[in-house]
Design a protein around this ligand. Sequence first.
Ligand SMILES: Cc1ncc(COP(=O)(O)O)c(C=O)c1O
Length: 388
Amino acid sequence: MKFVRKNENTDRYVDNIFSVSQAAKADKEGINATAGCLYDEEGKLYTYKCVFDSEKEISAAQKAAYAASPAGNPDYIDLVSDFILESRVKNHHVAMATAGGTGGIYTAIATCLEQGDHIIYPAISWGNYKVIADENGLIPLTYDVYDLDDLFEKIDSVKEKVFLIVNSPCENPLGHAYTFEQWEKIIGKLNSLDKEVILLCDIAYIDYANGDPKAYFRLFDKINDNVLVLLAASCSKAFSYYGQRLGALVAINNDAEFLDHYLNLCSRCARATWSNLNNAGMVNVARVLKEHREEYFAELQAAKEMLKKRTALFVRQARECGLELYESADGFFVTIRMKDNASRDAFHQRLLNARIYTIKVNKGIRVALCSVPYRIVDGLAGKIKELY
Ligand SMILES: Cc1ncc(COP(=O)(O)O)c(C=O)c1O
């Protein structure tokens, strides 16, 4: 194609989620299980009261102003980094603000990989990993999240630098999470390699996981010098602050001096892409974490419980009616298992005809329980099964 970079992916970009979710929004009588955002029991986007009450206090000048630096506002960085790590990591670490979780993932990839490098991510995963990989001329290698041997084989097949994305817990779309013991094996494997390894943990949904989802962070104190751990966090999900485009990238390594240089590279990358983030959003998230902490955690807990009730009901009713789901632990979504993508397409169309709006994923159909009120979740598995 004329004018553009060689090797640009010139296929027309189709946002598979956007087109179905537009149709779902237009159909007021249909069941909208497409959104990647949390909705309340009235079917409205879930907003944190403390976040939006606090936002009212932000002045026009704060909204108009540039942020302190391309890496973000210092108090936002400190508070969000503490919120993410909860003092669990004793190893050296640095952090910067990013444009959502996506900005953190993009920065990690842009700073560590070059054209022709491999990138390893789950075979059934968030579609944007592939878009970012294509944009950067990378070769995707995918693994089965349920099979550590498969993951380790993929890691071994890469001869140069290993760049691995793990989206756990609350994997999008499977809801899968690695146990602490599985994390021990993953870190053990990465430590055993005689090459550079970047482990990018996409923790966009971690705040909605039950139990102790951050227990594995303490393993980051035991990484070898060849391992760089990057955590990409998302305020879109954590604070239901999707449009404000905020997140954070935390880098962990045994060498403080390296991290200082690495943060400088990330800042340069940020300056060259988004240049500067949403100042008012950063001021507000910092204020919530400083001044409205308790309210925030109470509201988060209520959101988690709402989600958990929906998921428990759907999973139980799916089991009762024989609708086969991928095994899930927590999260915004569950996924119906399909044997191949041809049968998935036909089934998805039948669901659309019945005005049940869902999202196609590789060998599956994603049901976004995050966007479906409990009273509508009740019986949904059975309705879906009838169309199978
Ligand atoms: C798996 C996963 N990672 C990261 C993100 C990043 O979201 P954002 O850039 O809005 O923070 C999303 C959003 O849907 C996601 O599903």
